[in-house]
Design a protein around this ligand. Structure first.
Ligand code: PGA
Length: 258
């Protein structure tokens, strides 16, 4: 695979947390703490917070996005939200296929594929989540499962489209578990994903696409992941809810200076 310098992206995923007041104080605290970061910083917030958070981030380099969307433009889909509505509210990216959506809301690779296409059409950058369960890893099915997820979710996309997507490898057993994958496991699995993308979309695309790691990321384990050549960033759940903790992840290099 050709050597390629890819940007580092740190994504916070608030899941179903925070009111508008809480989001305001978070941003007020976070921005001065991360003003010198060389990394891209994304915040995936609940739908109701997209507009206010986008407005408070206007002068900053932090990008706001959503955690899901429907693949339809509009219609009788009570409780759903369309990509163009997210973009209209100020979202620039959208997390798709998170394991919580796959498991609790039964989302299939096919449905996620349709959402990715719609997100791209709405100029929203998709962050596609993939990952295996503990049992799948134990029974050595990780490669098969990830191949199924990647081929299904990226079906019929062009190289240019795939290059716009961020892929988040999140082993399901590491999410919210308090213990992450080792950096060896994360690096090796992400390397396999990149190889698979190379087989389908070619060397150039595989070298350009950002693949990040998620699952129990904390300030203390950030360095071990970001030191690895194939890991292009982090998807952070629980540790993104506190501005102080999230800033320590973003500033991990400064934190290392004695
Ligand atoms: P966690 O969540 O950092 O709390 O493990 C990660 C995620 O679900 O994206």
């Amino acid at each position: 695979m050709p050597d390629q310098k890819r940007a580092v992206t740190i994504v916070g995923n608030w899941k179903m947390h925070k009111t508008s007041e809480e989001s305001k104080s978070f941003i007020k605290e976070l921005l001065p703490l991360i003003k010198d970061t060389p990394f891209k910083v994304y915040l995936a917030v609940p739908y109701t917070l997209i507009k206010p958070v986008a407005e408070s981030l206007e002068e900053s380099h932090v990008v706001v996005g959503a955690q899901n969307m429907n693949d339809a433009d509009e219609g009788a889909f009570t409780g759903e939200i369309a990509g163009k509505m997210l973009a209209d509210a100020g979202a620039r990216f959208v997390i798709l296929g998170h394991s919580e959506r796959r498991k609790i809301f039964d989302e299939s690779n096919d449905f996620i594929n349709k959402k990715i296409k719609k997100a791209l059409a709405c100029h929203l950058q998709p962050i596609l989540c993939i990952g295996e369960t503990f049992d799948e890893r134990e029974s050595e099915k990780t490669d098969v499962v990830l191949k199924e997820q990647l081929t299904g979710c990226l079906k019929d996309l062009s190289e240019e489209e795939v290059e716009k997507i961020i892929i988040a490898y999140e082993p399901i057993w590491a999410i919210g578990a308090g213990f992450p994958a080792t950096s060896d496991v994360a690096e090796a699995t992400i390397y396999s994903c990149r190889k698979l993308i190379e087989q389908i979309f070619g060397k150039e695309t595989a070298a350009k696409v950002s693949i990040i790691y998620g699952g129990s990321v904390k300030p203390e384990n950030t360095k071990q992941f970001l030191d690895r050549p194939n890991i292009d960033g982090l998807l952070v759940g629980g540790a993104s809810l506190s501005a102080e903790t999230f800033s320590k992840i973003i500033n991990y290099q400064e934190e290392l200076v004695p």
